[in-house]
Design a protein around this ligand. Sequence first.
Ligand code: M6R
Length: 611
Amino acid sequence: MCGIVGYVGDKESAPILVSGLKRLEYRGYDSAGLAVLHRNQLNVVRATGKLRNLENRVVAEPPKGTIGIGHTRWATHGRPSDENAHPHTYEGVAVVHNGIIENHLELKATLKGRGHAFSSETDSEVFAHLISEELKRGLELPKAVRAAITHVKGTYALAVVAENDPEHIVCTKDASPMVLGLSEGQNFVASDVPALLEHTRDVIFLEEGDLAVLSAAKAEVFDRQGRPVNRPIRRIDWTPMMAEKGGHKHFMHKEIHEQPRAIADTLRGRVLRTQGDVHLEGFNLEPEVVKGLTKVTMLACGTSWHSGLAGKLMIESLARLPVEVELASEFRYRDPIVEKSHLAIAISQSGETADTLAALKEAKARGARTMAVCNVIGSAMTREADFTVLTNAGPEIGVASTKAFTTQLVALYMLAVKLGRMRGTLSLEAAQKHLTYLTEVPKMVEDVLRCEPEVKKVARAYLGARDFLFLGRGPMHSVALEGALKLKEISYIHAEGYAGGEMKHGPIALIDETLPVVVIAPKEPKVAYEKILGNIEEVRARGGKVIAIIDEGDQHVPGLADAVIRIPSAPALLAPVVATIPLQLLAYHVADMRGNDVDQPRNLAKSVTVE
Ligand code: M6R
């Protein structure tokens, strides 16, 4: 999500840090900063907005020192501001952090009780405080960092410098990436390879729980137990462009494969399984307001609208609350019925889509309570809504939305459980069951990604098709729409998504032996499965080609289909998360094989900020 760079050597570190941060600029961020050590004194420079703002400050007053750490921030806890930008410091300790600390509120409360004053809204700042306490107890910096992280629940890639140890950078990671760059008389650390490539191509990828101590002369790595380890040195021959994409050919492909991690980040610290509850920071609807809600209105465009359609089924089923899913671009041009007892939910990756923002404002002006499900903290919708549930998917660069969609689904499912508990429509046991399902989703998504070779074969077989039809029933209707949208926006093949039951009301006329029909047919819910089998027969009878997305255990459909792609069985309401992945891959490979610009398809913009 955020970017980290660290340098120790014999050169002035500030320009090296800024230039490393520039290599991470393609991902977008909201603030940046660096901390440089000179003669046991920390010098910190931070700036909100573009990296140019930080660079201007560094150029105006260059901080001296040959050791330092830098950071570009993509906010998750606390709005973008100079105070919330990293590095965070406390009593001579400076830290930069990527990841999420789940128990930061408890840690902050405990530390405040011991007299600590905090200067930011971030979760990351607690690291500086915890480490400074350990240093005061007389531990050396590496041991102080090791001791500090034992208090933390969550994910981190962390780099630390301290005034009492001006020769070392200490870094450690768990679940967030971190890589060391090795060179004669100087060493580097970064969250991502592109930040290192102009200096060295010899790198060590740290493993979970590793802690590294870098000086100008050497880089030592210790495992979780504190034992010295020799991690392999790898020679990176990626071009800078390849490095930005983490070795993937396109950002979209990288982002598809990031989904297990992105979903885990969306769930992190929120699922309170034992209590049968969900902790959604900022959720500010009082219990009596939730009980009194008479309608939820989802407002969204494009892919986010599709997640609203799936979210409708979740909320109606678990919280027994009627939900309408509105195209934001239409909502504001009619005279919608909005009441004080309605909750309007704007769903958006960017938080800047003009139509969704206008619809949100309209709903608010007409008296609804408002919330945003959004991936970008500080964006216009997060500022406009009464409260926000962040999707924490990390920056999405490919124009075709992938991880934003699946994390929205997971966020909406958590919301459905929360509303269900508050409205008394979900028992403790039922909520616990749903929360257990949720925690299994990242692994399921990891498993479903293994279908890629099969999907590629299908892509090759049908990339010349003129049209595609996607069919799904129940929760799979939204998946059919999303599969069709994904395919058309990047492959430029005309595609329609339909609810299976609607096929005979029109699209059946399109079916002949040239038409591939993607049928999304998981076994749950049973009633939808049984009905979609009928659709498969109808397509076959007219010579259409059936590409079936089916559960791994399905023995029946393979005998009826021209191609099958198997996915792990998932509970019905969560199955859209799993079933969408092969369709993202299908769109990706068809577009790539047709030689299209996958990440920047023609005529489309990542964020549609105009009407
Ligand atoms: O940023 P938003 O989620 O508000 O964007 C909405 C749509 O513009 C977006 O989902 C669009 O449809 C994507 N290109 C789909 O891949």
